[in-house]
Design a protein around this ligand. Structure first.
Ligand code: PEP
Ligand code: MN
Length: 338
């Protein structure tokens, strides 16, 4: 961190700042410029609220040097992480990993049919909510444990890895018993105790970005999981809230190169919550791959017109198969595999 002093600072003010820096156990180095004096605090100050030094007399501003995140950052691990998701499948690396399925598990026929179709088209995982975070308490809340059992059956029949959401700590053991990948939804990205509980299970975690979270907050949320000894975190961009009306959320694909720049963790794109409209989904999938994403978390339904949740943004199994075919060509162009 660098402490920038105000113009006209006196030696006693600089001495005071130096004293504060020493109290934090950091080394100091004062640079007297023609206009400004700055004091560099040397050492790792993450975990300390050194910004409090801003309160000292004649301090203008505090400029942090170290990134606030550590274990998710490229500074700690320069090579990209490849996350095993069960069934010999992975997310991260050369292969574009697609996890597909309905928004919610509705019944046995729906989930088994979808699982078979997405597996045939080349998906590596099956998604489907059994516990659904619904804005309205009057809407379908998911089948609960019954839904988890149906997901396990679909895994047995297809070999797909199962990704499903856990909404609370008291659901954790139950969901972890059935799921291969624990999904933490956008509404829970800031639920730090839930992140820690998911970390403790040792299962891979699909962490969705909060719809108003910054990249910094997103990566720090991932660190809550990693700090429990669980390295297996997959980041998921699912769109953020903006003023736009033509889409449900604004799918911030710019986060892909930013995550690649800052972190070793893989990032997948959810083009379904990210747009809210089925017609936009295939374009966003291709764009995600071209921009360097590691995969997709995508909503596919055998009969979207009758879906119990998120029908407008769910693509049919037929359009999914067609899109997967198109992805192969994009992958070839960007030296990836789909
Ligand atoms: C979902 O994947 O169906 C879902 C509820 O996602 P999000 O948490 O991103 O809204
Ligand atoms: Mn959904």
């Amino acid at each position: 961190m660098i402490v920038v002093m105000k113009p006209g600072v006196e030696q006693k003010h600089v001495d005071h700042v130096v004293e504060l820096i020493k109290q934090y156990g950091l080394k100091h180095h004062t640079i007297v410029g023609t206009d400004r004096t700055v004091v560099a605090a040397i050492g790792d100050d993450r975990g300390m609220d050194t910004s409090a030094i801003e309160n000292a007399p004649m301090v203008d501003e505090i400029v942090p040097i170290l990134k606030p995140y550590k274990v998710a950052s490229r500074e700690i691990k320069s090579e990209p992480s490849v996350i095993p998701i069960g069934g010999g499948q992975t997310i991260g690396g050369r292969k574009f990993g697609v996890i597909a399925g309905p928004c919610s598990v509705e019944n046995e026929k729906q989930i088994i049919m979808t699982a078979k179709d997405v597996a045939k088209a080349g998906a590596v995982g099956l998604r489907g909510g059994a516990f659904k975070p619904r804005t309205s308490p009057y809407e379908f809340q998911g089948l609960g444990e019954e839904g988890l059992k149906l997901l396990a059956k679909a895994r047995d029949e297809t070999g797909l890895s199962v990704c499903t959401e856990v909404m609370s700590i008291d659901q954790m053991d139950l969901v972890a018993e059935y799921a291969d990948v624990l999904q933490i939804g956008t509404r829970n990205m800031h639920n730090f105790n839930l992140l820690q509980a998911a970390g403790k299970t040792g299962k891979p975690v699909m962490l969705k970005r909060g719809w108003s979270a910054s990249l910094k907050e997103f990566l720090l949320a991932a660190e809550y999981i990693i700090n429990e000894g669980n390295q297996n975190v997959i980041l998921c961009e699912r769109g953020i809230r903006t003023h736009e009306q033509y889409c449900r959320n604004t799918l911030a694909l710019g986060i892909i190169p930013a995550v690649k720049h800052e972190s070793h963790l893989p990032i997948v794109i959810d083009p379904s919550q990210g747009t809210g409209h089925a017609y936009m989904v295939p374009s966003m999938c291709k764009a995600a791959l071209a921009a360097g994403a590691d995969g997709l978390l995508i909503e596919v339904h055998p009969d979207p017109e009758h879906a119990m949740t998120d029908g407008a943004q769910s693509i049919t199994t037929e359009s999914f198969a067609k899109m997967m075919d198109e992805l192969k060509r994009v992958a070839e162009a960007v030296d990836r595999e789909a």
